[in-house]
Design a protein around this ligand. Structure first.
Ligand SMILES: CNc1ncnc2c1ncn2[C@@H]1O[C@H](COP(=O)(O)O)[C@@H](O)[C@H]1O
Ligand SMILES: [Zn+2]
Length: 379
């Protein structure tokens, strides 16, 4: 009985503490309700057969291959600019609702001639989505290159902004592993161009069994030369040569890292590369036999830099609070550990030092409030 209470308390704690999300794919985080609504509309227009799609969207537990088939479907459902703006707005609001105070949202800019879409216009639609967020107070950088800041918190007269949840949002542009060197380079150039609009880095993602490292290397090198941080999906499947090449590249962060051998870990340890841990994603895509053998435990015990992330909240029906709870419950971490784990992630964000300072203050304010209300909460 006591354990139940403790678990319920821990669940509530994981929801309530401020959190940082560094690995979330826009199209993997679409709400199921939005996907079904979009599918219904396309069904009515005869573009798809709704009954077939409904079954795919509602399915639980997918293999990695099925996930990538589903992404192709998501991209059919969410192709026009308006839909991209809508899902961006919803995803930001969903993260803010569960106390995510800094979100690095990644997405793959897409060309789609039939929809009159270029990578640049796709990104403009994402920015428009950020601009349209109104149920929470989102801070990003707007199209004029000015920082879109929160309402002045001391403005006591403005009660709505005092009550709204606040979230910093920054963007990573993803290179899809199906892309050519030229397409990858186009994405890096776009990211550099859009730095003033909140783009803070580059990600390499997509089906891990597709594409060759050498194809993306020139673009990733260029990003690095230009001072644009890079995070790589690394070792999501077993591929020794690629994992070694990726670690030799010295990325600023890596995601997943499920199939690193001891010598790879040694290298990652030496360079202290932060690891984006996606527990549910790894479990659902059968990257490991059980959560109890997840490399989180070893990394955590060795004090290796790591951050808990969701990967795809929609696809895997999860949330960042849920990922925190899963880690706490599985690896026996307490409230203080979880808050500290969240705060550690501040050092791995790609945003500038001003933003880091602001997030540090959010964590400090949370601790101060707690200490005032429950002086013994840490013991
Ligand atoms: C499950 N693990 C994963 N491994 C690798 N890539 C993944 C992924 N989950 C998502 N993506 C990448 O993100 C895209 C969807 O968001 P965007 O269209 O970019 O917003 C997918 O098409 C894939 O390229
Ligand atoms: Zn991912």
């Amino acid at each position: 009985m006591e354990k139940c209470t403790n678990l319920a308390e821990m669940k509530e704690w994981c929801r309530a503490i401020p959190k940082i999300e560094l690995h979330a794919h826009l199209n993997g985080c679409i709400r199921d309700s939005t996907l079904l609504e979009l599918a219904k509309l396309l069904g009515e227009k005869g573009v798809i057969i709704f009954a077939d799609v409904e079954h795919v969207i509602r399915k639980c537990g997918r293999s990695l291959t099925e996930c990538f088939q589903l992404f192709d479907l998501f991209h059919i459902l969410a192709t026009d600019h308006e839909t991209i703006s809508r899902i961006t707005k919803e995803v930001v609001e969903d993260f803010a609702a569960e106390e995510v105070v800094y979100l690095e949202l990644r997405t793959t800019p897409k060309n789609n001639e039939a929809k009159g879409m270029t990578k640049r216009s796709y990104m403009k639609a994402v920015i428009n989505g950020l601009r349209s967020v109104d149920t929470v107070d989102a801070s990003f950088i707007n199209l004029n290159g000015k920082t879109e800041s929160f309402c002045e918190p001391m403005q006591k007269s403005c009660t709505t902004c005092m009550e709204k949840k606040k979230i910093y949002v920054r963007l990573l542009l993803s290179i899809d592993r199906r892309e050519t060197t030229a397409a990858a380079m186009e994405t890096v150039c776009l990211a550099l161009e859009m730095r003033e609009f909140g783009v803070v880095g580059i990600d390499l993602s997509g089906n891990p069994v597709v594409g060759e490292w050498d194809t993306f290397l020139p673009a990733l090198k260029y990003a690095k030369e230009q001072g644009l941080p890079v995070t790589l999906h690394c070792g999501e499947v077993s591929n020794k040569m690629e994992i070694q090449a990726m670690l030799n590249f010295s990325p600023d962060r890596i995601g997943h890292a499920c199939f690193l051998d001891e010598d790879d870990w040694e290298k990652a340890r030496l360079s202290q590369i932060p690891v984006e841990i996606c527990l549910t994603s790894n479990l659902r895509t059968q990257r490991l036999s059980s959560i109890h053998v997840h490399h989180f435990a070893n990394l955590y015990n060795a004090n290796h830099p790591l951050v808990l992330c969701t990967d795809d909240t929609g696809l895997f029906s999860t949330s960042l609070s849920n990922e925190y709870y899963l880690a706490a419950e599985t690896f026996g971490l307490d409230k203080k550990d979880m808050l500290q784990l969240g705060a550690n992630a501040i050092e791995f964000v790609f945003a500038d030092s001003e933003v880091k300072k602001a997030i540090r203050e959010i964590f400090r304010a949370f601790e101060r409030r707690l200490t005032d209300e429950f002086p013994s909460w840490k013991s």
